[in-house]
Design a protein around this ligand. Structure first.
Ligand code: IPM
Ligand code: MG
Length: 360
């Protein structure tokens, strides 16, 4: 059966990087991969096209597809819009509507890029961490939320802003299972990151993770407070195998982990529902400062396609084919500006896409 992929380029550098990933998919298609692709508007592009960062047509397209490939959303021109119309809301809504609670963010260092990391090569060499970030709960979605007036210290009204950090047992349980399952396929070590010394929400998180661990006796489970985890990630990142954490902590730690691997332009992600239907996107944002200049790094997006093949289509052979092509390009010293190393050859965003295609 033909697999359908919804392609949502979004804003900023989104269209440039997604175009490179589509070139890669076109090669696999020409070689027999049975897929069809259809484009939809999301984020600021959705607002421009239909007055909504997640237009109904785009949501329907995503629901009717087997997988979604997304670029990035957001841009300064949309910052003045009312909150529900902002591009980021489109992204958060599609994650929620598709129930994509399990966000896999691998931080892997290609040895060729050891010099691009801001950390010493010996600290990051051989790095291979999988961050499992919960993606549809936490302060991102918890109610109540808002900005309202309340009496201040002097009795006069002042504005307060508030969000609710909230996790239910079932939400923690299902993402914990995803993380334990992944740990079973790796080095069987899982570190659960929270802030249980201060937050009730984290206290519950820890209890539920411990309950789930009873079903995975082979996995060595540890717990770490998020502040310590941030420190350990730069001190000795290789101590981690799989990390499982909530939405906001995972957002922050995955950006941090990306720097271990040289550039945020290298990190792909998969966001999965219970049935491994998924949305695939680079972890970086829309980078409005370099949009339209053909210099963004498309590798995170191309590597996201490899994750799509692996996790949603169960096609390990084609996933490896893409990953090996990327590795070969890096070995040849071909570099976008963000990962430039001494002696490398600088290429544009489309030049990088072409180089990967040539390797395929
Ligand atoms: C990410 C991004 C998003 C998030 C933003 C753009 C809403 O930072 O995917 O990590 O916070 O989840
Ligand atoms: Mg983020």
């Amino acid at each position: 059966m033909t697999k359908k992929i919804a392609v949502l380029p979004g804003d900023g550098i989104g269209p440039e990087i997604v175009a490179q990933a589509v070139k890669v998919l076109d090669v696999l298609k020409a070689d027999g991969l049975d897929i069809e692709m259809e484009e939809g508007a999301i984020g600021g592009a959705g607002y421009d096209a239909a007055g909504d960062p997640l237009p109904d047509a785009t949501l329907k397209l995503a629901q009717d597809s087997d997988a979604v490939l997304l670029g990035a959303v957001g841009g300064p021109e949309y910052d003045k819009l009312e909150r529900p119309l902002r591009p980021e809301r489109g992204l958060l809504r599609i994650r929620k509507e598709l129930n994509l609670f399990g966000n896999l963010r691998p931080a892997l260092l290609y040895e060729e890029l050891a010099d691009s990391s801001s950390l010493k090569p010996e600290v990051v060499a051989g790095l291979d961490i999988m961050i499992v970030r919960e993606l549809t709960g936490d302060v991102y979605f918890g109610e109540p939320r808002g900005i309202e007036e309340r009496p201040g210290p002097d009795g006069k009204p002042e504005r307060v802003g508030f969000n609710t950090m909230l996790y239910s047992e079932s939400e923690v349980r299902r993402v914990a299972r995803v993380a334990f399952d992944i740990a079973m396929k790796r080095d069987k070590r899982l570190c659960s990151v929270e802030k249980a010394n201060v937050l009730e929400c984290s206290e519950l998180w820890r209890e539920v993770v411990i309950e789930v661990s009873k079903d995975y006796p082979e996995v060595e489970l540890s717990h770490m407070y998020v502040d310590n985890a941030a420190m350990q990630l730069v001190k000795w990142p290789k101590q981690f195998d799989v990390i499982v954490t909530g939405n906001i902590f995972g957002d922050i730690l995955s950006d941090q982990a990306s720097m271990l691997s040289g550039s945020i332009g290298m990190l792909p992600s998969a966001s999965l529902d219970e049935n491994n239907k998924g949305m695939y996107e680079p972890i970086h944002g829309s980078a409005p400062d370099i949009a339209g200049q053909d210099k963004a790094n498309p590798l995170a997006t191309i590597l996201s396609v490899a994750m799509m093949l692996r996790y949603t289509f169960g096609d390990e052979a084609n996933a490896k084919r893409i990953e090996e092509a990327v590795k070969a390009v890096l070995t040849k010293g071909i570099r976008t500006v963000d990962i430039m190393t001494a002696g490398g050859t600088e290429v544009s965003c489309s030049g990088m896409g072409d180089a990967v295609v040539a390797e395929l």
